[in-house]
Write a protein that binds this ligand. Structure first.
Ligand code: BT5
Length: 259
């Protein structure tokens, strides 16, 4: 189906992972921002080999094809741009006050609960067929989360609570995510990267403004203070009297996320 001038959205009822379908589709030459949408995923995945709980009908499982042509060194910023896009699309569709947790989880409340996660996967890097698939999982309706997620995950409809007289408009949110992603990637291409990063800083300010954090790197477990987002997308932290840049991995916010 195509709507409102958007590239095609290919719909499946049941898939292993929408990212796999999109990666396969990308090699067939479909236009940029072609998307794959499913009702349920059997093996939805997160980063670092983790899984994404994807129950039937309760979430949005969407993968969008981005062609990094013209982005060059800005290609890694697609992951932050995707966080901005999904946070803005959710806020627009639901009026919820969502926030970003580095690098691109969409979270809400105190302590943070995760409303949406994003997994960017690249293929054919360095060739003219290079592609980045932006996989977006958004929890729409309350679901029977596995025990380890019960107090860390939430859904749009749960957060809207009494204000919610009808379920979130799924098609509108799909279109919003794709349009916002297209806009944020356009900004990266047009050398308006600062606009994307400043939007990220606004949405993520609670976690940047002197927030105590923990992470693990080659030196072992570390503690520090997060104080900003670098222009290359790194999380800036003060640690043991010096300044560090975290470029990947997991960070725990001591006062904001559940440790
Ligand atoms: C992510 O990974 O947050 C990326 C999730 C991307 C999912 C989409 S769905 C469409 C596309 N197709 C796919 O196969 N994947 C993408 P990460 O930051 O590693 O977070 C994963 C962790 O989030 C898990 O280990 C759980 O702790 C938690 N989690 C799993 N399912 C969740 C859910 N439905 N809601 C909230 N948290 C969840």
């Amino acid at each position: 189906m195509a709507s409102g001038g958007l590239p095609p959205v290919v719909y499946y009822r049941d898939v292993e992972s929408t990212n796999d379908v999109a990666l396969a589709l990308a090699s067939s030459g479909v236009p940029e921002f072609t998307a794959v949408l499913a009702d349920v995923q059997q093996t939805g995945r997160g980063r670092l080999g983790r899984s994404w709980f994807s129950p039937a009908g309760a979430g949005l499982y969407l993968s969008v094809i981005v062609r990094p042509e013209g982005l060059d060194a800005r290609t890694p910023l697609i992951t932050l741009a995707a966080g901005v896009a999904v946070a803005l699309a959710i806020a627009d569709a639901s009026d919820l006050r969502v926030e970003l947790k580095w690098p691109n989880d969409v979270v809400i409340g105190r302590p943070w609960r995760k409303l949406a996660g994003i997994l960017c996967e690249a293929s054919a890097v360095g060739t003219s067929d290079a592609v980045v698939v932006v996989g977006i999982g958004v929890n729409l309706l309350p679901a029977a989360y596995p025990a380890e997620l019960a107090d860390r995950a939430t859904s749009i409809d749960r957060e809207r609570g009494v204000w919610c007289d009808r379920p979130i408009a799924r098609a509108g949110l799909v279109a919003g995510c794709i349009q916002q992603l297209r806009e944020q990637v356009r900004r990266l291409r047009a050398d308006e990267t600062a606009l994307v990063l400043d939007r990220w800083r606004e949405l993520g300010r609670a976690g940047l403004d002197g927030a105590p954090v923990q992470w693990t790197d080659e030196r072992g477990p570390c503690r520090g203070i997060a104080y900003g987002l670098g222009d290359d997308g790194a999380l800036l932290v003060r640690h043991a009297g010096r300044q560090d840049r975290l470029v990947a991995g997991d960070v725990v916010w001591e006062r904001l996320s559940r440790v």
